[in-house]
Design a protein around this ligand. Structure first.
Ligand code: ZN
Length: 599
């Protein structure tokens, strides 16, 4: 919508719905003696979250879902999503999403900076999406390119030609520029109300993204507020978001809600990339979510907000929570990887243009593969499969047995250890690295044996399989840490501490680095007996430590990494892994004995 027409449309819509009321209820139409029900119009929301570029049906546990009957079924895949969406879509429908639609994607999408996935979501009819943390994986500038169009500054245009930009709106109300003088067009869609909206936002910053989007359905405006987890700076690469701040979600949502009210939009839906955990194996329609960061926001945001659709935790749930005014409010999520579509049916009162809370009904639909896949989307995905096939199917090495990414009791995994070894090998020359440390969350999947879906049992590893393990295109870097700083990095692995590490995250060490940690010792004194090539590490000595740029930037709450000096940047992590597989194949699973655990 052009900026100028916005308010006019809002007002015109209100008038038009008034006209509908008059037209639909001619004098005397209501039966005498019966109370007149308030006139409402139906609206249906269909929501996706955490798609992560899964155009092809995801495999393994990522492609299975527990359904309403407690059965585990195959789920997901773009062509199946399209079939289910078509079946669920009626004339009252708006398709929406809650972020992480792109980033950490399979090669098919990632090789083209996720343009194929964003195009698919447009074909699906998506109208508005919150940004997730992974939308920032390649930085804010790249996100703007995905939104607006243009070819990639380094890799150029994809085989499909010049990127036209997303056909849906990305929104993120709590993403602000650090610099208050930054120019922004994020409020452009508010037209005549821009100045007032700016005033509302003045005391907290300049929006880096449109905070809200208004979509019309059935003659009524629905306002969508985008939110992304305020922990985003801890989980994405610092360089790409260095000009941004991610503020408290509740505070941002409440200002965005006021902006919507300012332009007459009272039917308000939060699309939030933050969520909670559920009990394993539960129905996608059950709640019993462990109340965490998502529930905090869902319960605390302004009572004017009617529905909170969430994401980020990759769980499926439908919860009814109380808003600050004591009214019921839907709080839901639809799993991940396109395995679940959340359907929300609601009614908007034509008199006050607000959502009738008692009318809200939600249902999580599992995207089963027992339906016919949509043929147009099938063709679309096949086109990209053909384009990427020469890259994906190239053999790069082999393994003698499965390399698992599941943590052993020490916190190491065989594949994590191999990746650390690969990273050290790639950074010794040039970066003078002495050890390498790899974040476990960055080892995205295992290398199975037989390693190809065809199952020939030869342990062949293709580029596509290696990429699935290391999909972030992080840079390998090396910094100098003192022995004392390295110890602090390792202390920061454990939950708690000054950085408030949310989970224990044991970094995967290269083979030549060993140490001991005590599970029972207090935070700050857990780590001891650090050795490099068998030689004890002293507090004062300096060590060249290799890690990806996410960790070196302080990612995953490893703040001590940012004290590193003499930064050197080397190859991409995927290139380091591919090179190592090429030189050292066949690779056998290493013993995970680099870390010793005591009580
Ligand atoms: Zn996320």
């Amino acid at each position: 919508m052009t900026s100028r027409s916005f308010l006019r449309l809002v007002l015109a819509g209100a008038v038009a719905s008034g006209a509908v009321v008059l037209a639909a209820v001619p004098a005397g139409a209501a039966s005498p003696g019966k109370a007149k029900a308030p006139l409402t119009v139906p609206v249906r929301l269909l929501a996706l979250n955490d798609f992560h570029g899964n155009l092809e049906p995801p495999t393994g546990s990522s492609g299975r879902m527990v359904d309403e009957n407690g059965n585990t079924v195959d789920a997901g895949g773009a062509a199946y999503i399209a079939t289910h969406m078509k079946a669920l879509t009626d004339k009252n429908t708006i398709a929406v999403a809650q972020g992480d639609l792109i980033g950490a994607s399979p090669l098919l999408s990632a090789a083209y900076h996720d343009e194929p996935s964003v195009e698919f979501l447009g074909k699906l009819g998506l109208k508005v999406a919150a940004v997730g943390n992974h939308e920032f994986d390649e930085g804010y500038t790249e996100l703007r390119r995905i939104m607006k169009g243009g070819c990639h500054p380094v890799d150029g245009c994809s085989p499909a030609g010049k990127w036209k930009g997303a056909t849906f709106d990305y929104v993120g109300a709590n993403v602000l520029f650090k610099n208050p003088n930054e120019r922004t067009d994020a409020l452009a869609s508010l037209g005549a109300q821009q100045a007032q909206a700016k005033k509302l936002m003045a005391d907290w910053g300049v929006p880096a993204l449109p905070p809200v989007s208004v979509k019309w359905v059935n003659g009524v405006p629905i306002g969508f507020i985008g939110l992304v987890t305020q922990t985003t700076p801890n989980i994405v690469t610092a360089e790409g978001i260095k000009n941004l701040k991610f503020i408290d979600e509740v505070k941002a949502a409440n200002v965005a809600s006021k902006i919507l009210k300012l332009v007459g939009v009272k039917a308000q839906v939060v699309l939030m990339h933050e969520g909670d955990q559920v009990n394993a194996g539960q129905s996608p329609d059950a709640c019993s979510a462990v109340a965490g960061a998502g529930a905090r926001i869902a319960t605390q945001v302004d009572p004017e907000i009617d529905v909170v659709l969430s994401g980020h935790s990759h769980q499926a749930y439908l919860c009814k929570i109380k808003d600050p005014a004591g009214n019921d409010r839907l709080y839901s999520q639809g799993g991940s990887f396109g395995r679940v579509i959340t359907q929300v049916d609601l009614k908007v009162n034509l008199k006050n243009l607000d959502i009738d809370r008692s009318s809200v009904v939600a249902d999580n639909h599992v995207v089963t593969r027992t339906v016919d896949p949509d043929s147009d989307i099938n063709t679309f995905v096949q086109t990209w499969r053909d384009r990427v096939a020469p890259v994906a199917n190239k053999t790069i090495g082999s393994i003698t047995a499965e390399l698992s990414n599941t943590a052993t009791p020490s916190g190491e995994s065989p594949l994590g250890d191999v990746i650390a070894d690969a990273q050290l090998a790639a950074t010794r020359t040039g970066g003078n690295a002495q050890i390498a440390l790899m974040n476990p969350g960055g080892v995205r999947t295992l290398l199975s044996y037989p390693s190809s879906p065809a199952g020939e049992g030869d342990g062949v590893v293709t580029y596509g399989e290696a990429f699935a393990v290391q999909p972030f295109n992080n840079l390998m870097q090396v910094v100098t840490l003192t022995g004392a700083q390295l110890k602090t990095v390792l202390e920061q692995q454990f939950t708690g501490g000054p950085n408030n590490q949310p989970f224990t995250k044991i970094l995967q060490p290269s083979a030549n680095f060993t140490y001991t940690y005590s599970t029972g010792a207090p935070w700050g004194s857990k780590v001891s007996d650090m050795k490099i090539d068998g030689v004890p590490v002293t507090d004062a000595q300096t060590i060249r430590v290799a890690a990806n740029n996410f960790l070196v930037g302080g990612g995953d709450a490893f703040a001590a990494f940012t004290q590193g000096t003499d930064l050197w940047s080397g190859p991409l992590d995927i290139d380091a892994f591919v090179a190592y597989l090429g030189t050292n194949s066949p690779i056998a699973p290493p013993a995970t004995n680099r870390i010793t655990v005591t009580s």
